[in-house]
Design a protein around this ligand. Sequence first.
Ligand code: GLP
Length: 260
Amino acid sequence: MAEIVITESAAAAAQLGADAVQALVAEKPDAVLGLATGSTPLPLYRALQRRVAAGLDLSRVRAFALDEYVGLERGHPQSYASVLLREAVEPLGLDGGAVRVPDGSLEGIETAGARYEAAIEAAGGIDLQVLGIGTDGHIGFNEPGSSFASLTRVKTLTEQTRHDNARFFDSAGEVPMHCVTQGLGTILRARHLLLLAFGESKAAALANAVEGALSASVPASAIQLHPRVTVLVDEAAASGLARADYYRYAWANKPRWQGL
Ligand code: GLP
């Protein structure tokens, strides 16, 4: 089962997430991180940035983005390559050459998924995958209906996701229709999953993902199949959880030696 930690704020959750990254990097300085975009991981990246300022060295870390839009021109400010450069690579002092994003350019798009899978494999797999969750229960850009066995491939975004992400673009029509995303099978291969969810708008999707039935209709429910999942949420995102009291009780009584 996933370990669900209900925190008082996104900032508190971000500190726990940063603890997990820091512990991993202490053990493996060239650890492979899976990086998510969207607004959810930003508090985690900010918390890590403060630790880097205080001496944490992430310069040998390698990273793979979860997903990318298809067809945005190179250097578009909302391409996930640009977003990660701005929000993670530069502030965290990562080696840009060791951070890979799926290739969303139209030329060669048919092989973008296979090339990405090969690169992840060549890096020895992902040690810690950071995940957000979409209001429709997607992780990465695996929209409802995605196979639990899926690998990195081109997907069509739902209207809901395009609508949710329109805030990052000048108009809704500018949000690309297609993406390249790590599959649910790709995500399940990572050695540790760190799912973050903040705010009321994520409460239903989160409850379905961690307490509902395994279903391709709720792609994030795939995490129930993974042996090592940490779910860090604030009170609002936890408001739909039926077993919230148990998760609080388990956290309060967690054996010290366990770590995250
Ligand atoms: C986006 C991304 C996901 C992200 C999710 C939630 O579309 N592709 O990786 O986790 O939707 O976004 P946000 O964190 O902004 O709510």
